[in-house]
Every structure is written in C-alpha cells, then in structure tokens.
Design a protein. Structure first.
Length: 375
C-alpha cells in the first residue's frame, strides 16, 4: 500500500478529520465529557459550582483542557444538568469537590402531557451560560482546538424530569407512552444543540444514558436507534454519542445511527469494541477513571493509552467525565503517551511496548479497522 506523509495538524483539524473518517497526523486526544478537576479549578480560580453557572469561569476552567493538559479539545459543559435546570428541575449544586445533580426523587413531570419547554429555555442562566462560554472559547481558541458542546438526549432527560424508576417502569408498562415522551423531549435536545452550533461548537456530545446496568441493547434498538438517526439528520455537525457502562451489546446499533463517534467506557475492551462497531463509527476512549486516572500513576495511564492505540481506537481520552480528584499529572500523561507511541511506531519507550495494529505513525499512514487514521 502506498503511504502518504501527513503534515502536522492543529488540534481542531485533527479532531474534525478523525470524526469525519479522514487521515490524521496522529491520534487525537480528547474527552467529550469533562476534564474538570479540583486541582485545575484551583489553578485558574474557577471552582464548582460557580464554574457551572458563570460563563467566564466556565470558559476559563474548560480552556485548561488545552492550555494545561495539552488535549486537542475543549469541552465547557462539565455537568449533565444544564438543560434540566432550565426546564425547572430541582438541582443540588454541591461544592467544589462534588458534581451538581438533579434531585430525581422530586420529578417535575408525571405524564406525557406535562412535557413543556419554558419560553426562556435558551435564555435561562444555566443554558445561556453554556452558549456564552462556547462563544468565548471559540473566539479565543477556535482556530487551534476543537470546541465541543453537549446536549443531553431524551432518555437522560426522561430520568431527570420523570425520575429514573417511574420512567423505566413506564417503558415496561406502556411503551407507547414512552415513545411519545421521547419524541417530545427530543426537541429539547435538538434546540439546545443547534443553539450551541450557532455559538461556535465544532461538534456535540450527545449523552443518552441507556446504560447496560439499567436497560438492554434490545431496549436501545427499540426506543432510541431511530430517534438518534433523526437527530443526526437534524443537527448538522458531528455528534459523539456517550453512554456509560457495559455497552458492547448495543454498539452495533449505535454504529447504524450516523453518529460520528461513540465515547465508550472501560467496561468494554478496545478489541471487542472495535469488533462490535465493525468500522462503521469512530470510537473515543477509554482510559479508566476510578482505578487508573484517580488511583494510579502516569505509567499505568500510559499503558492503557497504548492498549487503545494498538487496537486502532480513533481518539484517545478518559472514559467519561474524569474524577474531580484526579491529578493533573495523570491527565497530562494521556497526550504524552499518545505522542510517545507515535514517535516509537507503537512500541518501545517507557509508556508502552508491542507492535501497532493501526493508526498513524510519524505522519505515515497505516490502515486501521476503519481506515480512519490514514487510508
């Protein structure tokens, strides 16, 4: 096969090329959810909960993904509750060392007919904060790094607005009502997503938590696959699906949606995940959060990075929003290990050993399972 040298790329171009299935100079480093930590909050004086509600602080903290850690993306939407707050959910904002959450034992909707989007949804403090932060980041870093927004999917919104147990029980007792509820809530996802595009987002993460510990892969196919296909058609930039947990049983269905990428959990191995998507979608992941990034050191982080690269994972980063107590040292070890892997053609060095199965090496293209990094 003829090999082509790929010139060095900016982070933004690298990420967008990987999302579009085009060759890249090296594997992008990104986290489509959040890399906010207490250490980074202290470094730039942008602590939770204020950094979730003030656009200047949100942008300042988000920028550390690029300026301090060396990632190829900036993601300013640290939480999964911005839309839910704007819809009227009861939010527990917590303090610097904890995530804000929806009080789901106090649902705001009990029936499909209760679903209403407030007229001030996009001007509410907690959605407008996201839009303003994206605009700030686009202006300052938009030529260098990919700005990724986040819009929650209707299944996740169902948990927040109806409560997890009532929502899941309805899906068993009255599937038709659940389909109707999802169809109505999808408009929230689309509206907030399009607003972030206007603000300057290059791509969007779409978390929809049909997780393996709560629902089956068949449930995903029945309730969400077609809905997600519609969202891809209606939201005109690359979408990154995120679902936590063991998801290999639904990756094949997710790969059929047209999403640009799937952000996958460490409960799924890189090898089986690549086999499950069968070249139809990019994979982002899957460095373990609680055991590796939180509790271990840079060497262990580097080892997991190399496992992903050796199996042809298209973009490398943490499996989900990183633990707030994770160290900067461990997070910086991710881009360091990616660069070393490419310098050493996938072997040697202190971070990893073995022979590469795919990816781009020193600008020289090699086929991957999908051919995304250099066909």
């Amino acid at each position: 096969m003829e090999e082509h040298v790929i010139k060095q790329m900016k982070g933004r171009d690298r990420v967008l090329a990987a999302l579009q299935g085009e060759p890249v100079d090296r594997t992008p480093v990104c986290n489509p959810t959040s890399v906010a930590t207490v250490e980074l909050m202290d470094l730039v004086d942008a602590p939770f909960p204020d950094a979730n509600r003030d656009p200047e602080l949100m942008a300042r903290l988000a920028a550390t993904s690029y300026t301090e850690l060396g990632f190829d993306t900036i993601m300013p939407v640290f939480t999964i509750i911005q839309e839910s707050s704007a819809l009227g959910c009861d939010i527990q904002w917590e303090q610097k060392d904890n995530w804000p959450t929806v009080r789901m034992n106090n649902p705001i909707w009990n029936d499909v007919d209760d679903i209403k989007v407030p007229s001030d949804f996009l001007t509410h403090r907690d959605t407008k904060c996201v839009l303003d932060a994206i605009s700030r980041l686009k202006k300052e870093y938009g030529d260098e790094v990919a700005i990724i927004g986040k819009t929650m999917g209707p299944w996740s919104l169902g948990y927040h607005t109806f409560g997890v147990e009532p929502f899941l029980l309805t899906s068993l007792d009255d599937p038709g009502k659940t389909h109707l509820a999802l169809d109505r809530m999808k408009e929230i996802t689309v509206e907030f997503g399009r607003a972030q595009i206007e603000a300057g987002a290059d791509a969007l993460t779409l978390p929809d938590h049909a997780t393996g510990d709560l629902v089956s892969g068949e449930y995903y196919r029945r309730f969400l696959r077609d809905l997600h296909i519609e969202m891809v058609e209606r939201i005109p930039i690359p979408l990154i699906m995120h679902i936590c947990g063991r998801t290999v049983d639904r990756m094949g269905y997710i790969a059929e949606t047209g999403f640009a990428a799937f952000h996958f959990d460490s409960k799924n191995t890189p090898m089986e995940s690549m086999e499950a998507v069968d070249g139809q979608i990019s994979l982002v992941g899957n460095i373990n959060n609680p055991e590796t990034l939180f509790a271990r050191g840079p060497d262990e982080v580097g080892h997991e990075v190399c496992q992903n690269l050796e199996h042809g994972i298209h973009m490398v980063g943490p499996e989900c929003a990183v633990p707030l107590q994770a160290s900067i040292e461990n997070l910086k070890a991710i881009p360091d290990a990616v660069k070393e892997w490419h310098r050493n053609h996938g072997c040697g060095g202190t971070a990893c050993g073995g022979t590469a199965n795919g990816g781009t090496l020193n600008g020289e293209s090699k086929e991957t399972d999908r051919g995304k990094t250099g066909q």
